[in-house]
Design a protein around this ligand. Sequence first.
Ligand code: FES
Length: 162
Amino acid sequence: MNMQRRSFLTYLGVGWAASCFPLVLSACDTGAKKNEYDPKVAANTSTDSKPATSGAGNEIAAATGFTVVGTVVDLDKAGSVGNKQVLVVRDPTNKSNVLAVNPTCTHKGCAVKWKATENHFECPCHDSDFAPDGKVLKSPATKPLATYTAKIEGDKVMVKLA
Ligand code: FES
C-alpha cells in the first residue's frame, strides 16, 4: 500500500516535470532568431510612403511646392495625365499652357474624363460637362471643378496641389 502510494507520487512528479519542460524551454528563448525571416518585419522596413524620387527634378519640384504628375510625352499621347486627385490637360486656347482640375464631379462625385475631341471634361454618370478651366458647361452639376496651378518644366507636367 505504502509502495503503491510512493510509486504514484513518483509517477506524478515525473509527469509534472515532463509537462513543464517545454514551458521552461520557451521561457529561456530570447525571441526572434537573428537570421530568421519575419514577413511582418520585412513589410515594415520601408515606412516611407512618399513616391520614389529620382533625380534633381523631383527635388526641385518638392522644394517649390509642385508635384510631378506625368510627362509631356504622356500628356500629348493620352490627352491628359494625372490621378484621382488631379487631371491635367493642354489649354485648348494656348497649347503651350496646361490646365489642372480636380476630376471629382461636383454633382455626385464621379470621376470626369477629358474629351479631347470636344475640348471639355465629361462626367459619365449624369452627363455634366465642364470647360478645361473647370467651369460648368452642362448641368446637372452647378459648381465648377476645383482647379490647381499647373506648368510644364522640361519634360515634366507639374501641379501645385496645395
Ligand atoms: S456625378 Fe457627375 S453629373 Fe452627376
